[in-house]
Design a protein around this ligand. Structure first.
Ligand code: T1G
Length: 678
């Protein structure tokens, strides 16, 4: 098999080139070729300098993640890089695309780094539950200093070439279209000079001057890294660079890396990496199906959802015609969109000119006729089937043939909506999650007659507007909400049976969710959908409303809130619940946190199993993608189905039976066969 690495001589400069699509991952053959190329250069007196570059879309984008978990194959990257750095001939990394992880570490081991303006550099290993494993945590601080290195290693976000140059990670920005020639010229200029070795850099010493730097950084990032192991290990590794000689620091990095690699968090996060990409693939649809060209989008309804949906397209540069029934509702809706953009600009996430451009693409209207030339119309009106059918019948008459008609419904039957039109093939669900301009998840609900080109176009469009899309079948609640129902049911039953509602919330918080169901109810508002009659009390929520406990909005719901919105359990609420239980004749008892966790999470796994069995999700990993992106399931456990695999399906079945909860045949069969979901 030919090596993915070749070398080309340009007089006294040897160019080592990797051609390993799709992202020049540093698999075994690439590492071998890199090692051979470096040895060729170092062993040839006619060669005075070296350039390392990649063909295709990017410089090395990291180790080959598909190799993880398998027996390591030599040569190992760190040794290859050490040999290269130790040489006296200047080695220049010529960077385009994204130099990430091991790719950034290759660049760091080079004596110099040049990059095109559009390039990015980063150490995203923490996003895989790891830390850099080829001395990146030791070389980077020595080149750019600890202040700049910490966020790169601990948060894992890449930085653009210009910023990399500003902090000293890149030595020169070269021409976008003349990378190789400029890199060769730059390399030639270094011939005869002493080579700068990152491992000998001293920029890391600023960390020593401020020993609180690391604790301050941890405190600032506490919320974001709660529950994850890798970020803490990353801080330790960078701290080691300020406390130990280089070789000792590399040993510490290796020890931390190895510990993470063998842990469940990294396995879970690597699973998610591939799961998110697998979700793009639609079974039984030819990926080469010609797409529908989406130049103009229509949104029906300028409420919270409609406005948020519109922003996704506006921010991606796609014009939106947004329709309301009344002028005041339309004005309110467009006003909210403008305010959201102002807030985004204030936070520095958008430039004022970007906001202006986005708002310039918004066309408010009261007239359906203005939607006629839209290529896609998304309905986001009141969740009522009759209303939706009326809207779709009107859209069918008004909007040009061949346009996609989508509903943002969160549970109504897409096939029934499609039947209100003469184009059921062009109808599907695009279920956004509130706030629609923030939440990444999009459930693409495939109707019985939805055409392949409509599906594929929607999937590609989702990526263009920055969403993580998952195909769902037509069932009540699709994938996410359908699995939320059994958890909600158990939460309500648990507090009637005596579980403290704050312990129900704490169990999910400790598991890694951002909040529990009762905190969520207080945040959203207990009185949503309340009939406003305090004398009519048939549920706990109606009792809370009758007691004017509406949630965070008025300082008390399930919890009492202080000015800082810190929550305290309420004796009044506990009494209301106990009173309800008494009236229902439900015996109250102490319930352990283990039982709470099993009764909240195991029924979700069972529901996920039924979703798979019914073909409502294409694959188990899609369910993981839904719950991680739409409901805050902790990434470091891989999602409900991956987590179930780590718990063991037999344990899940036994737990469900212990609590008298239903076990689907599909789940039981898999458990008995010793199978996994993923
Ligand atoms: N290894 C193996 N396959 C990879 C890969 C990798 N590092 N990166 C991408 N792919 C596959 C991906 O699965 C997909 O496959 C295809 O390439 C296109 O990817 C030693 C230990 C580079 C920004 O974390 O962030 O180095 O679905 O759809 O949107 O210290 O891929 O086509 O079959 O994402 O243009 C560190 C991970 C590894 C970078 C391109 N590196 N990759 O995004 O394309 S650990 C990373 C990305 C490490 C060292 C440590 C992105 C991208 P398929 P894509 P994209």
């Amino acid at each position: 098999m030919t090596s993915p690495i070749r070398t080309e001589r340009h007089d006294d400069v040897l160019v080592i080139i990797s051609d390993n699509p799709p992202v020049n991952a540093l698999g075994q053959a690439v590492r071998q070729g890199l090692k051979d190329g470096v040895e060729e250069a170092m062993g040839d007196d006619a060669i005075k300098a070296v350039v390392i570059r990649c063909d295709g879309r990017t410089f090395f984008a990291g180790a080959d993640i598909t190799e993880f978990g398998k027996p390591p194959q030599g040569p190992n990257l760190p040794e290859t890089l050490d040999a290269m750095e130790a040489g006296d001939k200047p080695v220049v990394a010529a960077i385009h695309g994204t130099a990430l992880g091991g790719g950034c570490e290759v660049a760091l081991a080079c004596h110099y780094r040049v990059a095109v303006p559009s390039a990015k550099l980063g150490l995203p290993e923490v996003k895989l539950g790891l830390i850099p494993g080829a001395a990146g945590t030791q070389r980077l601080p020595r080149v750019v200093g600890v202040e700049a290195a910490l966020p790169m290693v601990v948060n894992g976000n890449p930085i653009p070439a210009a910023k990399a140059e500003a902090i000293g990670l890149v030595d020169k920005i070269v021409g976008e279209d003349s990378l190789e020639a400029d890199a060769i010229a730059f390399a030639r200029e270094q011939i005869g000079k002493p080579v700068p070795r990152s491992s000998e850099g001293t920029a890391h010493e600023d960390g020593v001057k401020n020993p609180d730097l690391f604790d301050e950084f941890r405190a600032r990032n506490a919320r974001k890294i709660r529950g994850f192991d890798a970020p803490d290990a990353a801080v330790k590794a960078v701290k080691a660079a300020t406390e130990r000689p280089y070789a000792e620091g590399v040993k510490k990095e290796r020890e931390l890396f190895t510990g993470l690699m063998s842990g469940t968090q990294s396995a879970a996060m690597r699973h998610y990496f591939f799961a998110e990409r697998a979700a793009n693939k639609i079974d039984n649809v030819d990926p080469k199906t010609p797409l529908i060209d989406i130049q103009k989008v229509g949104v029906i309804g300028a409420g919270t959802m409609g406005g948020g949906i519109a922003m996704n397209f506006l921010s991606a540069g796609i014009p939106v015609t947004i329709l309301e029934m009344k002028q005041d509702a339309l004005d309110r809706g467009t006003g909210v969109i403008a305010k959201n953009y102002e807030r985004t600009a204030k936070k520095g996430r958008m430039k004022p000119e970007q906001v202006e451009q986005a708002m310039g693409l918004l066309n408010p209207t009261l007239d359906y006729a203005d939607l006629a030339d839209c290529d896609l119309v998304i309905e986001a009106v009141y969740e009522n089937m009759d209303v939706k059918k009326e809207v779709f019948a009107k859209l069918d008459e008004t909007v040009k043939q061949g346009a996609i008609l989508a509903s943002n419904t969160s549970y109504l039957n897409i096939d029934e909506i499609a039947q209100a039109t003469k184009r059921p093939g062009y109808v599907l669900g695009l279920h956004f999650f509130s706030p629609a301009n923030v939440m990444k998840l999009l459930e693409i609900v495939r109707g019985a007659e939805t055409r392949d080109d409509v599906l594929l176009t929607s999937m590609k469009l989702a990526k263009k507007i920055g969403k993580v899309a998952v195909v769902a079948g037509v069932c009540d609640g699709f994938i996410g909400n359908r699995m939320l129902s059994p958890r909600q049911k158990q939460a309500n039953e648990l507090i009637m049976e005596g579980a403290k509602y704050w312990e129900v919330d704490d169990v999910l918080l400790e598991f890694g969710f951002p909040m529990g169901p009762f905190q969520m109810a207080d945040l959203a508002g207990i009185d949503i959908g309340w009939h406003r009659d305090p004398s009519k009390v048939t549920t706990i929520r109606e009792a809370l409303c009758a007691a004017e406990r509406f949630g965070q909005k008025n300082g008390k719901g399930f919890y009492d809130y202080d000015e800082a919105r810190q929550r305290t359990p309420s004796e009044e609420v506990q009494a209301i619940i106990a009173d309800f239980a008494r009236k229902e004749g439900t015996e109250q008892r102490d319930i352990s946190k283990d039982e709470i966790r099993e009764r909240l999470l195991y029924p979700m796994v069972n529901e996920g199993a039924m979703i798979l069995d019914e073909g409502m999700a294409q694959r188990a990993s899609d369910i993981d993608v839904v719950w991680i992106n739409g409901y805050g399931w902790p990434l470091y456990t891989g999602g409900p189905m991956f987590w179930a695999d780590t718990v063991g399906l037999d344990t899940i079945v036994a737990g469900l039976e212990k609590h008298g909860l239903p076990v689907s045949e599909y789940l039981r069969r898999k458990a008995e066969a010793g199978e996994r979901f993923n």
